[in-house]
Ligand binder design. Structure first.
Ligand SMILES: [Zn+2]
Ligand SMILES: [Zn+2]
Length: 312
C-alpha cells in the first residue's frame, strides 16, 4: 500500500507540474502577431485628454477600430528606460536612464525567441533613442546575451546617440516589409525630445507628426496580407509630462504627478472590441502580460495582469 500511495503522490505532482505552470489559460483567438508603437512622452492633455483631440486626428480615426483605455498609467518610474522596460520586461525598476543598465529579467523579445525557437529576424526593436538597446537583453545569467531580437536603434546602435524619428519611421516600415516580424516595438523619440526644449509650438508639432507616423504604420500593417486580420497593435507611451504648475510643466517629466503618470493605450486587433473607450485601470506591466498572453507564451517573470477588458 505505501508503494501505491507513493505512486498516487507522484502522479499528482506530475499532473500539477504539467498543468499549473502559469495561472493563465491559453489564448484562443485570431491574434498571432503583436506590434507595440511607442510615442515617447506626450502629455495626456495634448493627446486624448484634449476635448477636440486636435493634435491626434489620425489616432482618433484609428480608435473607431479599437479600444481606448482612458485610465492607463505608468505606475512606476516616469522616465524613458524605466517606462519602456515596464512594458517590455513587465516590472517597475528604477533602471539607469542612460542605457548603462540592463533590465533584471528577460523581456517579451527574449521570451518569444526562446519559446518559439524564433530566428532573430522575426523579432525586432526599432528605436530613435540608442539607449533603448537595453530592451534586447537582461541581467539574468540564464538569459544574458541570448535570444536577442534584431535591433535598429539610435544613429548606429548603442552609444551612438539619438536619431531623427523620420529615419526610425522609414526603417520600421522597411523592417515590416522585408522581415515581417511577429513581435516588434517601434519607439519614436518625440514629442519627448522637443518637449524638453520648452517650445510649446514645436512640441505640439511633434505630437502631430508622431500621430501621422502611427497612422502610416497602421496602414502598412493593414495592407499587408501577412499581418491583416491577425495582428494586435498597441499605441502607448513610456511616460507623460508634468502638469502645468508642476516643476517645469510640459518641458519635463519624471515624478509622480498625474501628468507624468497618465498615458495612452490604444489597442487595435482582431480580438479586441471596436470603437469603445473604457475607463478601466491598466498599468504598463499589464500591457506586457497581455502581449505575452496574445502571443501564447508563458512569461513567469512579468508582473501585471491580462487586460481582459480589451477583448470582444
Ligand atoms: Zn524625456
Ligand atoms: Zn510630473
Amino acid at each position: 500500500m505505501p508503494a501505491f500511495r507513493t505512486l498516487l503522490f507522484l502522479c499528482a505532482i506530475i499532473f500539477c507540474c504539467s498543468t499549473c505552470k502559469e495561472d493563465i489559460p491559453a489564448f484562443e483567438g485570431k491574434t498571432k502577431r503583436v506590434i507595440i508603437i511607442l510615442v515617447d512622452g506626450p502629455r495626456w492633455s495634448e493627446t486624448w485628454g484634449d476635448s477636440l483631440r486636435q493634435y491626434i486626428p489620425y489616432r482618433t480615426l484609428m480608435a473607431q477600430q479599437g479600444v481606448l483605455l482612458t485610465n492607463f498609467r505608468n505606475e512606476g518610474y516616469t522616465y524613458t528606460n524605466a517606462g519602456h522596460t515596464a512594458i517590455i520586461n513587465g516590472g517597475h525598476w528604477p533602471i539607469n536612464n542612460s542605457g548603462q543598465e540592463l533590465p533584471p529579467v528577460p523581456g517579451l523579445f527574449q521570451y518569444y525567441r526562446k519559446t518559439f525557437s524564433a530566428p532573430a529576424d522575426k523579432v525586432w526593436l526599432v528605436a530613435s533613442k540608442d539607449k533603448l538597446h537595453v530592451l534586447a537583453d537582461c541581467q539574468d545569467p540564464a538569459w544574458q546575451g541570448r535570444y536577442a531580437p534584431s535591433m535598429d536603434v539610435g544613429n548606429n546602435g548603442a552609444g551612438t546617440g539619438y536619431r531623427h524619428d523620420s529615419i526610425t519611421h522609414a526603417r520600421a516600415l522597411d523592417v515590416l516589409r522585408t522581415h515581417h516580424p511577429d513581435l516588434m516595438m517601434i519607439s519614436y523619440r518625440e514629442p519627448d525630445y522637443t518637449g524638453h526644449t520648452n517650445n510649446w509650438t514645436n512640441y505640439l508639432a511633434q505630437v502631430r507628426i508622431t500621430d501621422q507616423y502611427v497612422w502610416q504604420i497602421w496602414q502598412a500593417i493593414q495592407n499587408d496580407p501577412y499581418y491583416a486580420g491577425n495582428t494586435a497593435i498597441f499605441v502607448t507611451n513610456d511616460h507623460g509630462r508634468h502638469l502645468d504648475g508642476v516643476s517645469s510643466g510640459f518641458g519635463g517629466h519624471g515624478d509622480s504627478c498625474e501628468g507624468c503618470r497618465k498615458i495612452e493605450l490604444l489597442a487595435i486587433g482582431p480580438d479586441f472590441k471596436t470603437g469603445v473607450e473604457l475607463n478601466t485601470f491598466g498599468d504598463q506591466r499589464d500591457l506586457c502580460r497581455t502581449s505575452a498572453y496574445l502571443l501564447g507564451m508563458p512569461m513567469p517573470t512579468a508582473q501585471g495582469k491580462v487586460m481582459n477588458v480589451l477583448f470582444k
